[in-house]
Design a protein around this ligand. Structure first.
Ligand code: R5P
Length: 296
């Protein structure tokens, strides 16, 4: 795609390079830094006039990243870019999709509006859709959602014997069932009650297959890790098989990753929507297909 130019926001260089090679597009240069007073400075070093500009920035830790993105998108338009696309492999804030307590903000909707106001088009991977059924409820304008199920299923098929996929809650059925079908494996979804930001209760029924299957706990987001840890601890009394944990988005707040490692898992595997040492599943090709879909 000759007229497309990609820019990596800091920390997004690897996936940007992979996307550029799938899209046969160039990678441009930007400068972003802080002024001494903490305000954000942005500059395009490469020419963007009459080009399709793609800003690549995954949005974990979103509050730290959003202002630079906004300034870059507006600057690209000022400099005559034909269009501006934001590729954000991880879309945050989607779990706050209702007012759980009196006076709380439904920030999934507000963040969606913010993202929509930044760029002309938007591409993301498996957003957390629970009470919101379609991304069109929060994003205005053209967007593409791509899915990691095929890549995850391929990884499972290649690396695990007799897998059984376990989703921690009701909403996980949407991705766990697809992965299970593609990997030709059985699956179950558990019942989760969230008690606080860092506390969940999950009931894990006994199952005669736990003992001779490779247990694969799969969730879309691993954040505090408490969801995975709760299932891991309950499974310990039912099976000697150490589970493999798969997350699409490696948010890993605090020392969630180390806690999970210490809990005695066989492996922790994530997609490269957020750079992390657990990334073993590459979704850059499907992401590039999402972009192509918007600009064909
Ligand atoms: C929420 O319902 C998501 O699907 C995940 O289950 C949740 O984000 C996991 O969060 P944590 O790792 O903090 O338990």
């Amino acid at each position: 795609m000759k007229d497309t130019i990609l820019f990596a926001l800091p920390g997004n260089e690897t996936i940007t390079g992979q996307l550029a090679s799938h899209l046969k597009a160039e990678v441009g240069e930007i400068i972003t830094r802080k002024f001494p007073d903490g305000e954000t400075y942005v500059q395009f070093v490469s020419v963007v006039s009459r080009k399709k500009v793609v800003l690549v920035c995954t949005l974990d830790q979103p509050d730290k990243k959003i202002i630079a993105l906004y300034f870059l998108a507006k600057t690209a338009s000022d400099l005559g870019a034909e269009s501006v696309c934001l590729i954000a492999p991880y879309l945050p804030y989607m779990r706050q999709d209702k007012s759980f307590n009196q006076g709380e903000g439904v920030t999934s909707r507000h963040f969606g509006e913010l993202v929509s106001s930044i760029a002309d088009t938007f591409v993301t991977v498996d957003p957390h859709l629970h009470r919101i059924k379609s991304l069109s409820e929060v994003i205005n304008g053209k967007y593409a959602v791509v899915h990691s199920a095929e890549q995850i299923a391929q990884w499972i098929t290649k690396n695990l014997q007799r897998p059984m996929i376990i989703g921690p809650d009701e909403e996980s059925v949407q991705w766990v069932s697809k992965v299970a079908k593609k990997a030709n494996a059985p699956f179950i979804a558990l019942n989760k009650t969230r008690l606080s930001d860092e506390e969940v209760e999950i009931s894990v029924p006994d199952h005669n297959e736990y003992k001779d299957r490779t247990l694969v706990l799969m969730d879309d987001i691993i954040s505090t890790g408490e969801t995975m840890l709760e299932v891991i601890s309950k499974l310990k009394s039912m099976s000697h098989n150490k589970p493999v944990c798969i997350g699409i988005h490696a948010v890993f707040s605090g020392d969630a990753y180390n806690k999970m490692i210490q809990s005695g898992v066989a492996d922790i595997v994530t997609c490269n929507t957020i750079p992390h040492k657990s990334n073993k599943i590459d979704i850059s090709r499907v992401l590039s297909e999402g972009y192509r879909e918007l600009y064909r």
